[in-house]
Design a protein around this ligand. Sequence first.
Ligand SMILES: Cc1cc2nc3c(=O)[nH]c(=O)nc-3n(C[C@H](O)[C@H](O)[C@H](O)COP(=O)(O)OP(=O)(O)OC[C@H]3O[C@@H](n4cnc5c(N)ncnc54)[C@H](O)[C@@H]3O)c2cc1C
Ligand SMILES: *[C@@H]1O[C@H](CO)[C@@H](O)[C@H](O)[C@H]1NC(C)=O
Ligand SMILES: *[C@@H]1O[C@H](CO)[C@@H](O)[C@H](O)[C@H]1NC(C)=O
Ligand SMILES: *[C@@H]1O[C@H](CO)[C@@H](O)[C@H](O)[C@H]1NC(C)=O
Length: 431
Amino acid sequence: MPLNKTDPIVVVGAGVFGLSIALELRQRAYKNITVLDRMLPPVADGSSNDTSRIIRPDYVDTFYARLATEAIGLWRESDLLKPFYHPTGFVLASEKARDEYLEHGKQVLSQQGNRFQSFQTTDELKSIRPELRDITFPFSGYISHNAGWVDAAGAVRAVAERLGELGVSFVTGPRGTMTSLKTNQDSQVVGVIVAHGPPIPASRVILATGAWTNHYLNLDGAITSSAQPVGFIKLTPEEAHTLGNMPVVDNMTSGCFVFPPTPDTHVLKIARHSHGFETSIAPDSQSERRISAPKRDSNNAAASWIPEDADAAFRKALKQLVPIAAEKPWARRRLCWYTETPRGDFIADHHPSLTGLFVVTGGAGHGFKFLPVLGRYTADCFEGKASEELQRRWKLHVDEDKAPPGPIVCNDGSRRGPARRKLTSVEQAKL
Ligand SMILES: Cc1cc2nc3c(=O)[nH]c(=O)nc-3n(C[C@H](O)[C@H](O)[C@H](O)COP(=O)(O)OP(=O)(O)OC[C@H]3O[C@@H](n4cnc5c(N)ncnc54)[C@H](O)[C@@H]3O)c2cc1C
Ligand SMILES: *[C@@H]1O[C@H](CO)[C@@H](O)[C@H](O)[C@H]1NC(C)=O
Ligand SMILES: *[C@@H]1O[C@H](CO)[C@@H](O)[C@H](O)[C@H]1NC(C)=O
Ligand SMILES: *[C@@H]1O[C@H](CO)[C@@H](O)[C@H](O)[C@H]1NC(C)=O
Protein backbone atom coordinates (compact mmCIF):
# COMPACT_ATOMS: atom_id res chain seq x y z
CA MET A 1 0.00 0.00 0.00
CA PRO A 2 1.44 3.40 -0.92
CA LEU A 3 2.40 5.60 1.98
CA ASN A 4 1.03 9.12 2.36
CA LYS A 5 3.16 11.74 4.03
CA THR A 6 0.52 12.11 6.76
CA ASP A 7 0.40 8.38 7.56
CA PRO A 8 1.86 7.38 10.94
CA ILE A 9 5.43 6.01 10.92
CA VAL A 10 6.84 4.42 14.07
CA VAL A 11 10.62 4.13 14.37
CA VAL A 12 11.67 1.64 17.06
CA GLY A 13 15.18 2.44 18.35
CA ALA A 14 16.80 5.82 18.96
CA GLY A 15 20.38 4.98 18.01
CA VAL A 16 22.14 6.42 14.97
CA PHE A 17 20.18 4.23 12.55
CA GLY A 18 16.74 5.14 13.95
CA LEU A 19 17.45 8.83 14.58
CA SER A 20 19.09 9.46 11.23
CA ILE A 21 16.27 7.95 9.18
CA ALA A 22 13.66 9.74 11.32
CA LEU A 23 15.40 13.07 10.68
CA GLU A 24 15.68 12.50 6.96
CA LEU A 25 12.05 11.39 6.61
CA ARG A 26 10.92 14.43 8.59
CA GLN A 27 12.94 16.62 6.22
CA ARG A 28 11.23 14.82 3.32
CA ALA A 29 7.92 16.10 4.78
CA TYR A 30 6.60 12.97 6.50
CA LYS A 31 4.44 14.51 9.20
CA ASN A 32 3.53 11.80 11.70
CA ILE A 33 6.74 10.20 12.98
CA THR A 34 7.11 8.70 16.46
CA VAL A 35 10.39 7.34 17.78
CA LEU A 36 10.18 4.68 20.50
CA ASP A 37 13.00 3.54 22.74
CA ARG A 38 13.50 1.82 26.08
CA MET A 39 15.20 4.99 27.34
CA LEU A 40 15.72 8.59 26.28
CA PRO A 41 18.58 9.13 23.82
CA PRO A 42 21.50 8.99 24.32
CA VAL A 43 20.37 5.55 25.53
CA ALA A 44 22.53 4.43 28.45
CA ASP A 45 23.37 0.99 27.04
CA GLY A 46 22.83 1.74 23.35
CA SER A 47 25.68 1.18 20.91
CA SER A 48 25.40 4.81 19.81
CA ASN A 49 26.13 6.21 23.26
CA ASP A 50 29.71 6.72 24.35
CA THR A 51 32.29 9.38 25.12
CA SER A 52 33.86 8.83 21.70
CA ARG A 53 33.70 7.10 18.34
CA ILE A 54 36.41 6.99 15.68
CA ILE A 55 35.74 8.95 12.52
CA ARG A 56 37.95 7.57 9.75
CA PRO A 57 37.93 7.32 5.96
CA ASP A 58 40.21 4.28 6.22
CA TYR A 59 38.50 1.36 4.50
CA VAL A 60 39.73 -1.17 1.98
CA ASP A 61 36.18 -1.42 0.61
CA THR A 62 35.84 1.59 -1.70
CA PHE A 63 32.04 1.74 -1.14
CA TYR A 64 32.45 2.53 2.57
CA ALA A 65 35.60 4.61 1.95
CA ARG A 66 33.57 6.90 -0.33
CA LEU A 67 30.63 7.06 2.09
CA ALA A 68 32.94 7.77 5.04
CA THR A 69 34.72 10.54 3.15
CA GLU A 70 31.35 12.13 2.41
CA ALA A 71 30.32 11.80 6.07
CA ILE A 72 33.58 13.35 7.32
CA GLY A 73 32.95 16.39 5.13
CA LEU A 74 29.71 16.89 7.07
CA TRP A 75 31.29 16.19 10.47
CA ARG A 76 33.58 19.07 9.58
CA GLU A 77 30.96 21.43 8.18
CA SER A 78 27.45 20.72 9.45
CA ASP A 79 26.38 23.34 11.99
CA LEU A 80 24.54 20.67 13.95
CA LEU A 81 27.39 18.16 14.17
CA LYS A 82 30.72 19.96 13.93
CA PRO A 83 30.82 20.97 17.62
CA PHE A 84 31.29 17.28 18.46
CA TYR A 85 34.05 16.45 15.97
CA HIS A 86 37.73 16.50 16.98
CA PRO A 87 39.97 16.22 13.90
CA THR A 88 42.98 14.79 15.79
CA GLY A 89 44.05 12.28 13.14
CA PHE A 90 44.09 8.50 13.47
CA VAL A 91 47.20 6.34 13.81
CA LEU A 92 47.03 2.78 12.44
CA ALA A 93 50.14 0.97 13.60
CA SER A 94 51.25 -2.61 13.29
CA GLU A 95 54.20 -4.69 14.46
CA LYS A 96 54.45 -6.16 10.98
CA ALA A 97 56.90 -4.28 8.76
CA ARG A 98 54.37 -4.69 5.94
CA ASP A 99 50.72 -5.06 6.90
CA GLU A 100 48.63 -5.90 3.82
CA TYR A 101 45.50 -4.23 5.19
CA LEU A 102 47.36 -0.98 5.89
CA GLU A 103 49.04 -1.04 2.47
CA HIS A 104 45.69 -1.58 0.75
CA GLY A 105 44.09 1.10 2.95
CA LYS A 106 46.67 3.66 1.86
CA GLN A 107 45.93 2.98 -1.82
CA VAL A 108 42.23 3.60 -1.22
CA LEU A 109 42.95 6.78 0.75
CA SER A 110 44.95 8.12 -2.19
CA GLN A 111 42.15 7.27 -4.63
CA GLN A 112 39.67 9.23 -2.50
CA GLY A 113 42.01 12.20 -2.06
CA ASN A 114 42.47 11.62 1.69
CA ARG A 115 45.83 12.65 3.15
CA PHE A 116 48.06 10.37 5.23
CA GLN A 117 51.68 10.05 6.29
CA SER A 118 53.58 6.77 6.65
CA PHE A 119 56.14 6.05 9.37
CA GLN A 120 58.62 3.18 9.56
CA THR A 121 59.60 3.38 13.23
CA THR A 122 58.13 4.48 16.53
CA ASP A 123 60.70 7.30 16.69
CA GLU A 124 59.50 8.60 13.36
CA LEU A 125 55.90 8.54 14.63
CA LYS A 126 56.92 10.43 17.78
CA SER A 127 58.72 13.06 15.78
CA ILE A 128 55.46 13.70 13.88
CA ARG A 129 53.17 13.48 16.95
CA PRO A 130 55.16 14.30 20.12
CA GLU A 131 52.10 13.62 22.35
CA LEU A 132 52.93 9.94 21.79
CA ARG A 133 56.40 10.34 23.33
CA ASP A 134 55.87 7.56 25.91
CA ILE A 135 55.47 4.74 23.40
CA THR A 136 58.60 2.59 23.35
CA PHE A 137 57.41 -0.55 21.57
CA PRO A 138 58.31 -0.95 17.89
CA PHE A 139 55.66 0.08 15.39
CA SER A 140 55.21 1.03 11.76
CA GLY A 141 52.14 2.24 9.92
CA TYR A 142 50.56 5.53 8.96
CA ILE A 143 48.69 8.53 10.29
CA SER A 144 45.39 9.23 8.58
CA HIS A 145 44.93 13.01 8.59
CA ASN A 146 41.27 13.39 7.55
CA ALA A 147 40.17 11.55 10.70
CA GLY A 148 39.62 11.90 14.42
CA TRP A 149 36.86 11.22 16.91
CA VAL A 150 33.42 12.50 17.93
CA ASP A 151 31.64 12.92 21.21
CA ALA A 152 29.06 10.27 20.38
CA ALA A 153 26.64 11.04 23.22
CA GLY A 154 26.74 14.75 22.35
CA ALA A 155 26.04 14.18 18.66
CA VAL A 156 23.15 11.81 19.41
CA ARG A 157 21.64 14.27 21.89
CA ALA A 158 21.86 17.07 19.30
CA VAL A 159 20.11 15.00 16.61
CA ALA A 160 17.38 13.94 19.07
CA GLU A 161 16.83 17.58 20.06
CA ARG A 162 16.58 18.60 16.42
CA LEU A 163 13.94 15.90 15.89
CA GLY A 164 11.98 17.28 18.84
CA GLU A 165 12.13 20.78 17.36
CA LEU A 166 10.79 19.40 14.07
CA GLY A 167 7.76 17.88 15.78
CA VAL A 168 8.84 14.24 15.93
CA SER A 169 7.40 12.52 19.03
CA PHE A 170 9.47 10.44 21.43
CA VAL A 171 8.02 7.75 23.65
CA THR A 172 10.28 6.04 26.21
CA GLY A 173 10.03 3.79 29.24
CA PRO A 174 7.52 0.89 29.29
CA ARG A 175 5.23 2.62 26.77
CA GLY A 176 8.20 3.05 24.41
CA THR A 177 9.41 -0.53 24.86
CA MET A 178 8.20 -2.77 22.06
CA THR A 179 7.42 -6.32 23.15
CA SER A 180 6.49 -7.48 19.63
CA LEU A 181 5.33 -6.32 16.24
CA LYS A 182 1.57 -6.11 15.76
CA THR A 183 0.47 -7.92 12.61
CA ASN A 184 -2.94 -8.52 11.05
CA GLN A 185 -4.20 -11.76 9.49
CA ASP A 186 -2.40 -10.95 6.22
CA SER A 187 1.03 -10.80 7.94
CA GLN A 188 0.95 -7.10 7.49
CA VAL A 189 2.65 -5.11 10.23
CA VAL A 190 0.16 -2.55 11.54
CA GLY A 191 1.95 -1.24 14.61
CA VAL A 192 3.84 -2.31 17.68
CA ILE A 193 2.76 -3.91 20.93
CA VAL A 194 4.44 -2.20 23.86
CA ALA A 195 5.14 -3.13 27.48
CA HIS A 196 2.57 -0.71 28.83
CA GLY A 197 -0.73 0.49 27.40
CA PRO A 198 -2.50 -0.20 24.12
CA PRO A 199 -0.57 -1.03 20.91
CA ILE A 200 0.78 1.90 18.91
CA PRO A 201 -0.65 1.86 15.38
CA ALA A 202 1.50 2.59 12.33
CA SER A 203 1.28 2.45 8.56
CA ARG A 204 4.98 1.65 8.53
CA VAL A 205 7.20 0.35 11.32
CA ILE A 206 10.90 1.02 10.98
CA LEU A 207 12.83 -1.41 13.13
CA ALA A 208 16.15 0.12 14.22
CA THR A 209 16.77 -1.97 17.31
CA GLY A 210 20.45 -2.71 16.66
CA ALA A 211 21.92 -5.53 18.75
CA TRP A 212 18.47 -6.34 20.21
CA THR A 213 16.84 -7.08 16.84
CA ASN A 214 16.92 -10.88 17.06
CA HIS A 215 14.67 -10.65 20.13
CA TYR A 216 11.80 -9.54 17.89
CA LEU A 217 12.47 -11.16 14.50
CA ASN A 218 14.37 -14.30 13.63
CA LEU A 219 17.21 -12.92 11.54
CA ASP A 220 19.73 -15.48 12.83
CA GLY A 221 21.32 -15.95 9.42
CA ALA A 222 21.58 -12.24 8.66
CA ILE A 223 22.72 -10.73 11.95
CA THR A 224 24.09 -11.65 15.33
CA SER A 225 25.37 -9.53 18.19
CA SER A 226 28.75 -9.52 19.88
CA ALA A 227 29.72 -7.75 23.08
CA GLN A 228 32.85 -5.61 22.95
CA PRO A 229 34.77 -4.41 26.02
CA VAL A 230 35.37 -0.73 26.77
CA GLY A 231 37.30 0.84 29.68
CA PHE A 232 37.43 4.40 31.03
CA ILE A 233 40.19 5.96 33.15
CA LYS A 234 40.03 9.34 34.84
CA LEU A 235 43.24 11.36 34.51
CA THR A 236 44.29 14.43 36.45
CA PRO A 237 44.10 17.72 34.50
CA GLU A 238 47.94 17.73 34.37
CA GLU A 239 48.12 14.20 32.94
CA ALA A 240 45.41 15.02 30.45
CA HIS A 241 47.33 18.12 29.43
CA THR A 242 50.48 16.12 28.55
CA LEU A 243 48.42 13.91 26.21
CA GLY A 244 46.58 16.94 24.90
CA ASN A 245 45.25 16.53 21.41
CA MET A 246 46.91 13.17 20.81
CA PRO A 247 45.53 11.27 17.81
CA VAL A 248 43.39 8.16 18.21
CA VAL A 249 45.88 5.27 18.15
CA ASP A 250 45.00 1.74 17.04
CA ASN A 251 47.45 -1.08 17.67
CA MET A 252 46.63 -3.14 14.59
CA THR A 253 48.29 -6.18 16.16
CA SER A 254 46.13 -6.43 19.29
CA GLY A 255 43.09 -4.53 18.00
CA CYS A 256 43.20 -2.26 21.07
CA PHE A 257 42.80 1.47 20.50
CA VAL A 258 42.92 4.54 22.73
CA PHE A 259 41.29 7.94 22.50
CA PRO A 260 42.70 11.20 23.83
CA PRO A 261 41.22 12.31 27.18
CA THR A 262 37.86 14.09 26.94
CA PRO A 263 38.46 17.86 26.96
CA ASP A 264 36.59 18.85 30.14
CA THR A 265 36.35 15.63 32.13
CA HIS A 266 39.79 14.14 31.32
CA VAL A 267 38.50 10.61 30.75
CA LEU A 268 40.68 8.39 28.62
CA LYS A 269 38.99 5.51 26.82
CA ILE A 270 40.32 2.20 25.56
CA ALA A 271 38.42 -0.30 23.42
CA ARG A 272 39.13 -3.18 21.05
CA HIS A 273 37.97 -3.60 17.45
CA SER A 274 37.91 -7.36 17.46
CA HIS A 275 35.50 -10.32 17.37
CA GLY A 276 34.07 -9.84 20.84
CA PHE A 277 32.03 -12.10 23.08
CA GLU A 278 28.77 -13.99 22.66
CA THR A 279 25.98 -14.65 25.10
CA SER A 280 23.20 -17.21 24.89
CA ILE A 281 19.76 -16.08 25.98
CA ALA A 282 16.15 -16.88 25.13
CA PRO A 283 14.40 -14.13 23.13
CA ASP A 284 11.21 -14.82 25.10
CA SER A 285 10.03 -17.22 27.78
CA GLN A 286 8.35 -19.61 25.30
CA SER A 287 11.24 -19.91 22.87
CA GLU A 288 13.69 -22.79 22.50
CA ARG A 289 15.79 -20.51 20.35
CA ARG A 290 18.95 -18.98 21.81
CA ILE A 291 20.43 -15.70 20.67
CA SER A 292 23.49 -13.61 21.48
CA ALA A 293 22.08 -10.21 22.47
CA PRO A 294 21.80 -7.64 25.23
CA LYS A 295 18.84 -7.93 27.59
CA ARG A 296 15.68 -5.98 26.82
CA ASP A 297 14.41 -5.13 30.28
CA SER A 298 17.48 -3.88 32.12
CA ASN A 299 20.36 -1.47 31.57
CA ASN A 300 23.14 -3.58 30.07
CA ALA A 301 25.77 -0.95 30.88
CA ALA A 302 25.06 -0.92 34.62
CA ALA A 303 27.27 -3.89 35.56
CA SER A 304 30.62 -2.20 34.83
CA TRP A 305 32.01 -5.71 34.27
CA ILE A 306 34.15 -6.99 31.40
CA PRO A 307 35.73 -10.45 31.02
CA GLU A 308 39.09 -10.88 32.74
CA ASP A 309 40.94 -11.68 29.52
CA ALA A 310 39.71 -8.39 28.02
CA ASP A 311 40.70 -6.50 31.14
CA ALA A 312 44.22 -7.99 30.99
CA ALA A 313 44.52 -7.11 27.29
CA PHE A 314 43.54 -3.51 28.09
CA ARG A 315 46.10 -3.22 30.89
CA LYS A 316 48.82 -4.52 28.57
CA ALA A 317 47.80 -2.15 25.79
CA LEU A 318 47.69 0.84 28.14
CA LYS A 319 51.26 0.09 29.27
CA GLN A 320 52.35 0.14 25.66
CA LEU A 321 50.32 3.08 24.35
CA VAL A 322 49.70 5.43 27.31
CA PRO A 323 51.88 4.30 30.24
CA ILE A 324 50.69 7.31 32.25
CA ALA A 325 47.28 5.59 32.58
CA ALA A 326 48.40 1.99 32.94
CA GLU A 327 48.26 1.68 36.74
CA LYS A 328 45.20 3.82 37.34
CA PRO A 329 41.90 2.28 38.44
CA TRP A 330 38.99 1.98 36.05
CA ALA A 331 36.48 4.76 36.46
CA ARG A 332 34.03 2.52 34.61
CA ARG A 333 33.94 -0.43 32.26
CA ARG A 334 31.21 -1.69 29.99
CA LEU A 335 30.33 -4.12 27.25
CA CYS A 336 29.05 -2.41 24.13
CA TRP A 337 27.25 -4.37 21.43
CA TYR A 338 28.08 -4.75 17.73
CA THR A 339 25.31 -5.88 15.36
CA GLU A 340 27.32 -8.22 13.15
CA THR A 341 26.53 -8.98 9.51
CA PRO A 342 28.38 -11.51 7.32
CA ARG A 343 30.17 -8.92 5.18
CA GLY A 344 29.98 -5.89 7.44
CA ASP A 345 27.26 -4.41 5.23
CA PHE A 346 24.44 -2.49 6.84
CA ILE A 347 20.80 -3.50 6.37
CA ALA A 348 18.19 -1.01 5.08
CA ASP A 349 15.39 -2.91 3.42
CA HIS A 350 11.69 -3.69 3.50
CA HIS A 351 11.00 -7.08 5.01
CA PRO A 352 10.16 -9.39 2.09
CA SER A 353 7.18 -11.11 3.73
CA LEU A 354 6.07 -8.85 6.59
CA THR A 355 4.68 -5.92 4.63
CA GLY A 356 4.74 -2.59 6.39
CA LEU A 357 8.05 -3.38 8.08
CA PHE A 358 11.36 -1.75 7.18
CA VAL A 359 14.55 -2.91 8.90
CA VAL A 360 17.52 -0.59 9.34
CA THR A 361 20.45 -1.98 11.34
CA GLY A 362 23.66 -3.99 11.05
CA GLY A 363 26.21 -1.39 12.13
CA ALA A 364 28.81 -4.18 12.39
CA GLY A 365 31.06 -2.14 14.65
CA HIS A 366 31.59 0.70 12.18
CA GLY A 367 28.28 2.52 11.74
CA PHE A 368 28.62 5.61 13.90
CA LYS A 369 30.83 7.68 11.60
CA PHE A 370 28.09 7.61 8.96
CA LEU A 371 25.56 9.47 11.12
CA PRO A 372 25.59 12.58 8.88
CA VAL A 373 24.77 10.62 5.69
CA LEU A 374 23.07 7.47 6.93
CA GLY A 375 19.58 8.99 6.96
CA ARG A 376 19.76 10.09 3.35
CA TYR A 377 20.81 6.68 2.02
CA THR A 378 18.56 4.58 4.25
CA ALA A 379 15.59 6.85 3.46
CA ASP A 380 16.35 6.31 -0.24
CA CYS A 381 16.07 2.57 0.42
CA PHE A 382 12.81 3.17 2.32
CA GLU A 383 11.34 5.21 -0.54
CA GLY A 384 12.61 2.82 -3.22
CA LYS A 385 14.93 5.45 -4.69
CA ALA A 386 18.28 3.89 -3.83
CA SER A 387 20.87 3.01 -6.45
CA GLU A 388 21.12 -0.61 -7.51
CA GLU A 389 24.44 -0.90 -5.62
CA LEU A 390 22.94 0.44 -2.40
CA GLN A 391 19.95 -1.92 -2.62
CA ARG A 392 22.22 -4.88 -3.19
CA ARG A 393 24.60 -3.91 -0.39
CA TRP A 394 21.96 -3.22 2.25
CA LYS A 395 19.49 -5.98 1.34
CA LEU A 396 17.84 -7.91 4.15
CA HIS A 397 18.64 -11.59 3.53
CA VAL A 398 15.86 -13.29 5.44
CA ASP A 399 16.34 -16.40 3.34
CA GLU A 400 19.36 -16.91 5.56
CA ASP A 401 17.08 -17.20 8.61
CA LYS A 402 18.95 -20.27 9.78
CA ALA A 403 22.11 -19.43 11.66
CA PRO A 404 25.23 -20.30 9.67
CA PRO A 405 27.45 -23.11 11.04
CA GLY A 406 30.04 -20.71 12.43
CA PRO A 407 29.63 -17.33 14.10
CA ILE A 408 28.89 -14.34 11.89
CA VAL A 409 32.23 -12.58 11.89
CA CYS A 410 32.72 -9.81 9.44
CA ASN A 411 36.33 -8.93 9.09
CA ASP A 412 37.53 -6.62 6.38
CA GLY A 413 41.01 -6.76 7.93
CA SER A 414 40.38 -3.88 10.33
CA ARG A 415 39.66 -6.22 13.24
CA ARG A 416 42.52 -7.81 15.11
CA GLY A 417 42.93 -9.65 18.39
CA PRO A 418 41.35 -12.88 19.65
CA ALA A 419 38.59 -14.92 18.01
CA ARG A 420 34.97 -14.63 19.21
CA ARG A 421 34.46 -16.35 22.54
CA LYS A 422 31.19 -17.43 24.14
CA LEU A 423 30.93 -16.22 27.72
CA THR A 424 30.65 -18.99 30.31
CA SER A 425 27.47 -19.19 32.39
CA VAL A 426 29.40 -17.82 35.36
CA GLU A 427 30.47 -14.83 33.26
CA GLN A 428 26.97 -14.31 31.84
CA ALA A 429 25.60 -14.18 35.39
CA LYS A 430 27.70 -11.02 35.92
CA LEU A 431 26.06 -9.10 33.06
C1 LIG B 1 32.47 -0.44 21.71
C2 LIG B 1 32.04 0.07 20.36
C3 LIG B 1 32.89 0.85 19.63
C4 LIG B 1 32.52 1.34 18.39
N1 LIG B 1 33.37 2.16 17.74
C5 LIG B 1 32.99 2.74 16.58
C6 LIG B 1 33.83 3.70 15.98
O1 LIG B 1 34.89 4.02 16.52
N2 LIG B 1 33.42 4.26 14.80
C7 LIG B 1 32.24 3.93 14.21
O2 LIG B 1 31.94 4.45 13.15
N3 LIG B 1 31.40 3.02 14.79
C8 LIG B 1 31.77 2.43 15.95
N4 LIG B 1 30.94 1.53 16.56
C9 LIG B 1 29.70 1.11 15.88
C10 LIG B 1 28.55 2.07 16.07
O3 LIG B 1 28.54 2.60 17.36
C11 LIG B 1 27.26 1.30 15.76
O4 LIG B 1 27.32 0.78 14.43
C12 LIG B 1 26.00 2.15 15.87
O5 LIG B 1 26.02 2.94 17.04
C13 LIG B 1 24.78 1.26 15.87
O6 LIG B 1 23.63 2.07 15.96
P1 LIG B 1 22.18 1.44 16.10
O7 LIG B 1 21.25 2.56 15.95
O8 LIG B 1 22.05 0.26 15.20
O9 LIG B 1 22.18 0.79 17.56
P2 LIG B 1 21.83 1.41 19.00
O10 LIG B 1 22.44 2.71 19.20
O11 LIG B 1 22.11 0.34 20.00
O12 LIG B 1 20.25 1.64 18.90
C14 LIG B 1 19.32 0.62 19.03
C15 LIG B 1 18.27 1.11 19.99
O13 LIG B 1 17.15 0.22 19.97
C16 LIG B 1 16.58 0.29 21.24
N5 LIG B 1 15.71 -0.85 21.46
C17 LIG B 1 16.05 -2.15 21.50
N6 LIG B 1 14.98 -2.90 21.77
C18 LIG B 1 13.94 -2.06 21.90
C19 LIG B 1 12.57 -2.26 22.18
N7 LIG B 1 12.07 -3.47 22.41
N8 LIG B 1 11.77 -1.19 22.27
C20 LIG B 1 12.26 0.07 22.06
N9 LIG B 1 13.56 0.30 21.78
C21 LIG B 1 14.38 -0.75 21.70
C22 LIG B 1 17.77 0.29 22.18
O14 LIG B 1 17.41 0.77 23.47
C23 LIG B 1 18.76 1.17 21.44
O15 LIG B 1 18.73 2.50 21.87
C24 LIG B 1 31.27 1.01 17.83
C25 LIG B 1 30.39 0.21 18.56
C26 LIG B 1 30.75 -0.25 19.82
C27 LIG B 1 29.78 -1.11 20.57
C1 LIG C 1 -0.59 10.26 13.90
O1 LIG C 1 -1.16 8.99 13.69
C2 LIG C 1 -1.85 8.47 14.81
C3 LIG C 1 -2.24 7.02 14.51
O2 LIG C 1 -3.04 6.97 13.35
C4 LIG C 1 -3.03 9.37 15.13
O3 LIG C 1 -3.72 8.87 16.27
C5 LIG C 1 -2.52 10.78 15.39
O4 LIG C 1 -3.62 11.64 15.58
C6 LIG C 1 -1.68 11.27 14.24
N1 LIG C 1 -1.05 12.51 14.61
C7 LIG C 1 -1.05 13.58 13.84
C8 LIG C 1 -0.34 14.79 14.36
O5 LIG C 1 -1.60 13.60 12.76
C1 LIG D 1 25.33 7.16 28.02
O1 LIG D 1 24.05 7.69 28.34
C2 LIG D 1 23.73 7.87 29.69
C3 LIG D 1 22.34 8.45 29.81
O2 LIG D 1 21.97 9.27 28.74
C4 LIG D 1 24.82 8.62 30.42
O3 LIG D 1 24.57 8.75 31.79
C5 LIG D 1 26.15 7.90 30.18
O4 LIG D 1 27.18 8.46 30.90
C6 LIG D 1 26.42 7.92 28.70
N1 LIG D 1 27.81 7.63 28.32
C7 LIG D 1 28.48 6.47 28.31
C8 LIG D 1 29.92 6.55 27.99
O5 LIG D 1 27.99 5.40 28.54
C1 LIG E 1 50.72 -3.99 20.00
O1 LIG E 1 50.11 -5.19 20.45
C2 LIG E 1 50.95 -6.33 20.45
C3 LIG E 1 50.10 -7.53 20.84
O2 LIG E 1 49.56 -7.37 22.12
C4 LIG E 1 52.12 -6.10 21.39
O3 LIG E 1 53.00 -7.21 21.37
C5 LIG E 1 52.87 -4.83 20.98
O4 LIG E 1 53.90 -4.55 21.88
C6 LIG E 1 51.90 -3.66 20.90
N1 LIG E 1 52.66 -2.50 20.42
C7 LIG E 1 52.46 -1.27 20.90
C8 LIG E 1 53.36 -0.21 20.41
O5 LIG E 1 51.55 -1.02 21.67
